[in-house]
Design a protein around this ligand. Structure first.
Ligand SMILES: NC(=O)c1ccc[n+]([C@@H]2O[C@H](COP(=O)([O-])OP(=O)(O)OC[C@H]3O[C@@H](n4cnc5c(N)ncnc54)[C@H](OP(=O)(O)O)[C@@H]3O)[C@@H](O)[C@H]2O)c1
Length: 253
């Protein structure tokens, strides 16, 4: 069996997840990424990862469909066996997600349920299903948001789910410490990606306003976040456990 570390990054085909995958590969880790709708981007990202001399595979995952998780785990186990000669992996990064700006008074039950499934219920059960195949000494990183600390109007559903993920992370840290598994939250501030219909990238006024809220005078870029995730997966971070690490340039302090 191989002793090389293996990371699973959900939503690793683009945006923050892609940079997390690249930063993990720069540290020499093999990376399994997942995609939902953009398979072509996943193929491109796998090619970029392989150029860094690590092994990489892209798997389909739909977090809207919680019931599909057991089948995903079967595929994951097959992939570990056939592509990595492994039965277990080391780092689970629950990153995939989507955004929407919807005022509280207009939120429908359907929207609530979609965010519940993608951002919380699937994160919860994907993690539960991965634990039996996560190596002792591994870690779980859940991606939350700065908006659990400060309020961004229209984010009541999104941020409530991220808040739930933060509580969940502490329970994972508490209950899996006996296996040497750590769990932490990374909470990015606004980052210029495709997120929420590329709201920041396509709206210069919004970008300027968000930049002005940070003492550092800019919004984030994906590279600001991926490096922190890669650090948390390293031995240097072995004593960081059960923490929420905000990576936001100090927005709204
Ligand atoms: N960007 C920000 O400002 C910001 C700030 C704080 C927190 N975050 C969080 O950071 C994470 C990544 O955001 P991002 O900026 O990288 O967003 P992004 O560029 O829009 O990428 C979203 C990723 O999630 C995947 N995804 C979306 N819906 C999915 C579903 N139903 N099932 C499985 N995968 C799904 C997408 O896959 P496909 O491309 O295949 O559809 C894509 O890989 C999210 O959890 C987000 O809440 C982002």
């Amino acid at each position: 069996m191989s002793s090389t570390k293996i990371a699973l990054v959900t939503g690793g085909n683009r945006g923050l997840g892609k940079d997390m995958a690249l930063q993990l590969a720069h540290k020499g880790h093999n990376v399994i990424i997942t995609y939902h709708q953009n398979r072509e981007l996943a193929i491109q990202t796998v090619a970029e990862l392989e150029q860094l001399k690590v092994k990489s595979v892209a798997l389909h995952l739909n977090l809207s469909d919680v019931k599909s998780i057991p089948a995903f785990i079967v595929t994951l186990k097959d992939t570990l066996h056939s592509n990595f000669n492994a039965t277990h992996f080391d780092y689970l990064i629950n990153n995939a997600g989507m955004g929407a700006t919807v005022p509280f008074e207009e939120v429908t039950e359907a929207l609530f349920d979609e965010f519940l499934n993608v951002h919380f219920k699937s994160v919860y059960f994907l993690t539960q299903h991965c634990i039996p195949i996560l190596n002792n000494g591994g870690c779980v990183i859940n991606i939350s948001s700065g908006t659990t600390r400060y309020c961004n109007p229209g984010y009541s559903v999104y941020s409530s789910m991220k808040g739930a993920v933060e509580v969940f992370t502490r329970y994972v840290a508490k209950e899996l410490g006996h296996k040497g598994i750590r769990a932490n939250v990374v909470a990015p501030g606004p980052v210029e990606t495709d997120f929420n219909h590329a709201a920041i990238r396509s709206n210069p006024l919004m970008k300027e306003r968000l930049a002005s809220l940070s003492p550092l005078g800019r919004v984030g870029v994906a590279e600001d976040i991926g490096s922190v995730v890669a650090f948390l997966c390293s031995d240097e971070a072995r004593w960081i456990n059960g923490q929420r690490i905000e990576v936001s340039g100090g927005i709204n302090i």
